[in-house]
Write a protein of this length. Sequence first.
Length: 255
Amino acid sequence: MIFQSKSRFRMYVLRSAIVIVLLAVFVLGLNLVLNLTVLTNHREAVSLWDAWERYHYYYTPATAKKIALTFDDGPVPSNTLAIADVLEKHDVPATFFFIGEKILKSPDIAREVSARGFTIRNHTFTHSFHVHDTKERLARELNATSYLIERVVGVRPTYYRPPYLLAVGIDPAPNPYIEQVPGILWALELGYVPVGIDIDTGDWKAKSQEEIVSAALSFSENEHILLMHDEKITAEALETVIIRLRDAGYELVSL
C-alpha cells in the first residue's frame, strides 16, 4: 500500500493530539510549580519607617469611630460567598485574607469575591505555624499565594496577615515600640506589610451567633480591625454585627 488507510490515519492523528495535550499540560504544570516555589518576586522592600508610619496613623483621630472587617482562612465553598452576600446587601467593604492552597482549590470563589468589589490579601500558602521558620520558607509561602492572587483576580497584594497572628499579634502593623522579630523584618524585606488585629470575635470556636456579636462589640476606642473567619456561623451572625456596629455610630471601612 502506498496510501495509509483512513482508520490508521485517524489513529495517528488521535495519538498525536493526545501527545500534544499531555505535553501542554506538563508545561503548564511545570510553569505553575516553578511560580509557586520561586524565592524572588521582584518586589520593592517596604521600609521599617513606612511600616511604623502606618502604625502611628492607626492611632490618630482620623480613624476614630471606624471599623475594618477582615475575614481569614478562605476561600471556603458556600461560607465565603454567604459572607459576601451579607456584606453586599449592606454595602460594607471588607478584606479577605485567603490561603494559597485554598485559592488553588477554589479559584472561582476568589474570582467572584474580587469581582464583587471586595479586597483579597495574602494569608500564606499553607497556613502553617512554621511559615516564619526561615526567610526562604516565608518567601515561598508569600510569593506562591501572591502569584495565585495575581493570576486569579489580577491584583498584586501588599498586606499580609500571618497565620495565627505570628509575630504581629494584636498590633495593627509592626510596632515601633517593641523589638522587631525576624518574621516581621523578612516580610517587609520581601515587600509585604504584616497586618494584625485588635478585635477578635473568636468565631472559629463560637457555639452561638450571640457569642460572635458580643465579641465583635467588645472593644476600646483605639481598636479598629475586626477579625472573623470564613465560617458558616460567621455568615449567620454577620448581619447582626453590621447592624449593631452602625447603630453604635461606627463607620465600616476598608483597611
